[in-house]
Design a protein around this ligand. Structure first.
Ligand code: MN
Length: 508
């Protein structure tokens, strides 16, 4: 049973703003564009593309996303400052549907200690800046930061001011993840009862997950009358993160008879979008993560397996197919030809050009030589970059030789740059450390390793290893994630380090 009541919930995605600004989640411009395209294909209604006043790079990214989107509304976040709003407008003015998202904190603690202004000043700022934003665009969202710790009557006054000044969406953020579902519902009902004209604007919520209630709070607000939910893919975001879009969407879909709401999300694209985002930011999902975790649809215990085999409805409330989870069947053996390779890719939903098949087939054969059984996950990993924007390779790993003893190692690394091969040898605490030092020495950089992870893509001792490296530049404070894939984990690690270096060395 679906869409019984047909109350549409607007999905406002802030993966590229709240998500991207959280620790270790920075993305290269090309990665942001890839994510924005995936979000539009996923069916989100509004994409918050960034905070343009933060930096030149941020302004450029929001402007490019605004130009790329064919259908989505593109929002830019702005503080209550004329310069911020001008900059936000500059960034989104070419969008098919531009939105300015202006905010100010309204809670006593934020007014007194952060903004150092009195409540009257805040009310005046809401009025002035909403009116100003409306002179530039028709679609203005106003957010009352820390709304859930703002006295109800003052929040209603602030909301009334924003509506009277022309705001078309009011956002009620639980900025610090403090509210409970019952309280969220109460706030929305209070505003609906006490703010004139509120039924003519969108009511939005933006919940954080500090107490693990972001999704529950968002849904409670929607049940009380909110019609826009702000969320991120995989729940990435500041601190404990934002409300996870996949959980909100699948709760609304799976329990349609309970909620009487729907979203326009193409749920079959959830799994791939989740994988794209976790791959780019280098944050692996816990296996038990709702909806998109590796074990979300695995039935391990005998009793459960027996039940599911008899009838899926015994233990399965959703079908993995609805989220687009691929069946992890075997791919082909090493003796299959290029034709069979192309056909199976098409069956997996990839549409590759002849040139792409010519490019990937030898890579597949090379993998098949190193690994007995190739699964569809291996193929997904191999093709992960095929449909992504390329990031220029300033350096490429050409060769490596590493020797390791108990507490010391030495690495001889060759990198190619501008058609020239450069080689250097360094020692370190272990083979990975020595290799990373040699790469820094060759590139003349002093990048610091912030995080390093190794994962296997599939099972077995000959599994493909995927290395994730996060590097920070001491000069700029910028952080980037690089990935490397190989059946040899050392090689995967070195490739990942070179990739992160390439990203940090380029203007985005
Ligand atoms: Mn937030």
């Amino acid at each position: 049973m679906e869409n019984t009541n047909n109350r549409k919930i607007i999905i406002f995605d802030t993966t590229l703003r709240d998500g991207e600004q959280s620790p270790g989640c920075s993305m290269h411009l090309n990665e942001k564009l890839d994510v924005a395209e995936a979000l539009e294909a996923l069916g989100v209604d509004v994409i918050e593309a960034g905070f343009p006043a933060a930096s030149e790079g941020e302004l450029k990214a929001v402007r490019e996303i605004a130009g790329l989107m064919k259908r989505c509304t593109v929002a830019a976040l702005c503080r209550c400052r004329k310069e911020d709003i001008d900059c936000g407008y500059e960034a989104v003015k070419n969008a098919v549907h531009p939105r300015l998202h202006v905010f100010i904190a309204t809670s006593p603690v934020h007014l007194e200690y952060k903004l150092r202004i009195d409540p009257e000043t805040a009310i005046n700022m809401i009025k002035t800046h909403t009116e100003y934003a409306r002179t530039l665009v028709d679609d203005v969202e106003f957010s009352f930061e820390d709304a859930t710790r703002t006295p109800h009557d003052f929040l209603a006054r602030a909301a009334q001011t924003a509506i009277d000044a022309g705001a078309t969406t009011l956002n009620i953020p639980d900025t610090v993840g403090y509210a409970t579902p019952a309280e969220m519902g109460e706030i929305i009902r209070y505003l609906k009862a006490n703010v004139r004209g509120i039924d003519n604007v969108n009511i939005s919520v933006h919940c954080h997950n500090d107490l693990g209630m972001a999704v529950a709070n968002s849904l409670a607000a929607a049940e009380a009358g909110a019609n826009q939910i702000e969320c991120t893919i995989n729940g990435i975001g500041e601190r404990a993160g934002n409300a996870a879009m996949e959980e909100i969407v699948m709760a609304i879909k799976t329990r349609a008879e309970h909620f009487g709401m729907y979203t326009d999300i193409v749920t079959q694209r959830i799994f791939n979008t989740s994988k794209l985002v976790s791959g780019i930011v280098g944050i692996k999902l816990p296996p038990n993560k709702a909806i998109v975790g590796k074990n979300a649809f695995v039935h391990e215990s005998g009793i459960h397996q027996h039940g599911v085999m008899a009838n899926k409805a015994t233990y399965e409330i959703m079908s993995p197919k609805d989220i687009g989870v691929p069946e992890n069947a075997l791919f082909l053996g090493k003796h299959s030809g290029k034709h069979a390779f192309g056909e199976l890719l098409a069956e997996m939903g990839y549409s590759l050009t002849k040139e792409q098949i010519d490019f990937y087939f030898p890579k597949y054969k090379e993998l098949a030589d190193r690994k007995k059984e190739i699964t569809r996950s291996d193929v997904d990993a191999l093709l992960a970059g095929a449909f992504r924007r390329k990031i220029k390779r300033l350096y490429t790993l050409k060769d490596y030789e590493v020797t390791a003893y108990k507490n010391s190692a030495s690495a001889n690394i060759s990198l190619e740059a501008d058609g020239m091969i450069h080689t250097d040898r360094m020692t370190g605490d272990g083979p990975v450390d020595a290799g990373f030092k040699a790469i820094n020495s060759l590139t003349g950089q002093n990048f610091k390793l912030v995080d390093y992870q190794l994962h296997s893509v599939s099972e077995g001792k000959d599994a493909l290893g995927e290395a994730t490296v996060k590097l920070i530049s001491a000069d700029t404070g910028k952080m980037m994630t690089g990935k490397g894939l190989s059946t040899d984990v050392l090689e995967a690690s070195l490739i990942a380090y070179v990739n992160a270096t390439n990203k940090l060395l380029q203007e985005d």
